[in-house]
Design a binder for this molecule. Structure first.
Ligand code: SF4
Length: 191
């Protein structure tokens, strides 16, 4: 375990290697699972603020689902989450011409329409965060089958998990935190 400012990170974040291989997994994490994307309370406010701008980036099915279930809803097990279409793809997702699932929110961000990239839980995955009274626990939890090409590609390219997720980790915890994590990793690779 690595401890930085009451945040506990599993060693795998430094030791394991990972690079999403979208050609193989087709962005499957956006449709696999028991719920949509987890959202913080603040992110639900952001979704309300940007929703009209997002509409052109959503599919008809996604919009219908959102009309029926809401832009987000509270799930007993997972907290605030995005709705999914028939328990599958996130209502904010769409498939590109190669059949890869993309995020409508991220596409609007890339087009310069909004300044919020996507929910931090999506940005950080395959890292997942659990919060206890004393600690925030940060674990590396790739999907066993879907993400296995990403583990292989990460090893081939020699990209550690924390490097692959640099932008998301800095977005969540800041530059200083990432700097300390980098020092810990440098030590690990030296030993
Ligand atoms: S996290 Fe896993 S399923 Fe999601 S895009 Fe990356 S490799 Fe694919």
């Amino acid at each position: 375990m690595i401890e930085i400012d009451n945040i506990l990170l599993s060693d795998e974040i430094v030791k394991e290697q990972f690079v999403c291989d979208l050609a193989k997994c087709k962005g499957g994490c956006c449709e696999d699972g028991d719920a949509g994307a987890p959202l913080t309370g603040k992110e639900t406010d952001i979704l309300n603020e940007i929703f009209e701008t997002l509409k052109p980036y959503l599919t008809r099915e996604g919009l219908t689902e959102i009309e029926q279930k809401g832009r987000y809803f509270y799930d007993k097990s997972f907290g605030w989450v995005t709705p999914t279409i028939n328990g599958g793809i996130c209502a904010y997702g769409f498939r590109d011409e190669k059949g890869i699932i993309k995020c409508g929110i991220e596409q609007a961000y890339l087009d310069g329409k909004i300044t919020w990239k996507k929910p931090i839980s999506c940005h950080l995955y395959p890292i997942k965060i659990k919060t206890t009274k004393t600690y925030e626990i940060v674990n590396y939890e790739p999907r066993e089958t879907l993400c296995s090409p990403a583990c292989k590609l990460g090893r081939k390219l020699k990209v550690p998990v924390y490097v692959f997720l640099k932008e998301a980790i800095i977005r969540k915890y800041g530059e200083d935190f990432y700097g300390v994590l980098e020092q810990v990793a440098t030590q690990y690779y030296k030993d």
